[in-house]
Design a protein around this ligand. Structure first.
Ligand SMILES: Nc1ncnc2c1ncn2[C@@H]1O[C@H](COP(=O)(O)OP(=O)(O)OP(=O)(O)O)[C@@H](O)[C@H]1O
Length: 267
């Protein structure tokens, strides 16, 4: 009896041992797969221009404006960011620009985790981005030409090395005749084009533009869109926030759609 039981116990034991060795093999395999997946996701994060993982943002004690955002912007990609007014497009842009910190989640920009980044490193990352703000942010005491040339001056370049480049870009955006006037005398559309030229002049690795065609007529909007596409062809990743369906319909590009705090992606 005993031996039989013992035998059964042994068998059970062997059975358990077998199961446990199988499950430890499976566990190792799945740990290996998880490790490989982690490595692959770290590599993807490293390669992305922007990577968000479960990012949430609330202003003060208010409700979460953005919830569980997980997405990447790849090098050399072109995408629109859209959604109803108040959906959080500007907020998302400000997170990418590192002008806001997320309330939760993880953000990396140009492969760098930005949660504990120094002020100096942050300035270095921002210099790699061109930004067109909704309110233009031109300096009123500088001429249109000087506003557009400013990022190059900040880089320490001599005027002789960039003058013709700035003039050519200003002509391209239709401001050839408005180069020497101050922003307060420019129309809304002219200010917008000056702001776009200032963002493009440094050939940024990433361009972020918040409603960049909001103040121009459809013809000029198409021309500006061509400029963004050309910049993208030269390798810049482009993210354009817009409500303008007609503008989006002109390009077969990825759409990031914000609604009720969530992001839906249409490739
Ligand atoms: N500084 C702030 N403090 C508190 N709430 C804010 C602040 N900035 C934005 N919000 C709120 O966050 C939400 C998202 O605003 P955001 O400006 O990002 O939306 P949007 O999609 O860019 O809107 P629009 O298309 O009208 O420009 C809105 O409810 C807005 O009221």
């Amino acid at each position: 009896m005993k031996s039989q039981n013992a035998g059964r116990d042994d068998a059970r034991h062997e059975g358990r041992a077998h199961t446990s060795s199988a499950s430890s093999g499976a566990a190792q395999a799945s740990a290996g797969q998880a490790g490989a997946a982690r490595q692959a996701s770290a590599a993807a994060r490293q390669a992305a221009v922007v990577h968000f993982e479960n990012v949430g943002l609330r202003y003060g004690m208010g409700p979460e404006v953005l919830r569980d955002l997980t997405f990447s912007i790849e090098p050399g990609s072109f995408q629109f960011l859209t959604g109803p007014s108040g959906a959080g497009k500007t907020t998302l842009m400000r997170l990418i620009l590192l002008a806001l910190k997320p309330t939760r989640g993880f953000i990396s920009v140009f492969g760098q985790d930005v949660s504990h980044i120094s002020g100096e490193a942050l300035t270095g990352l921002r210099r790699r981005m061109g930004v067109v703000f909704q309110d233009f942010r031109l300096l009123d005491h500088l001429t249109t030409y000087e506003n557009v040339a400013l990022p190059l001056r900040v880089q320490g370049r001599e005027e002789a090395t960039y003058r013709s480049e700035v003039v050519e870009l200003l002509r391209w955006v239709g401001l050839g005749e408005r180069m020497h006037v101050l922003p307060p005398v420019l129309s809304g559309g002219e200010k917008q084009r000056a702001a776009i030229a200032r963002a493009l002049i440094v050939r940024p690795e990433m361009l972020l533009a918040d409603e960049p065609t909001g103040n121009v007529d459809p013809g000029l909007g198409r021309r500006l869109l061509r400029l963004f596409i050309e910049l993208n062809r030269l390798g810049t990743s482009v993210l354009i926030a817009t409500h303008d369906l007609q503008l989006m319909d002109q390009v077969d590009a990825r759409r990031l759609v914000l609604g009720e705090g969530r992001l839906h992606i249409y490739d």
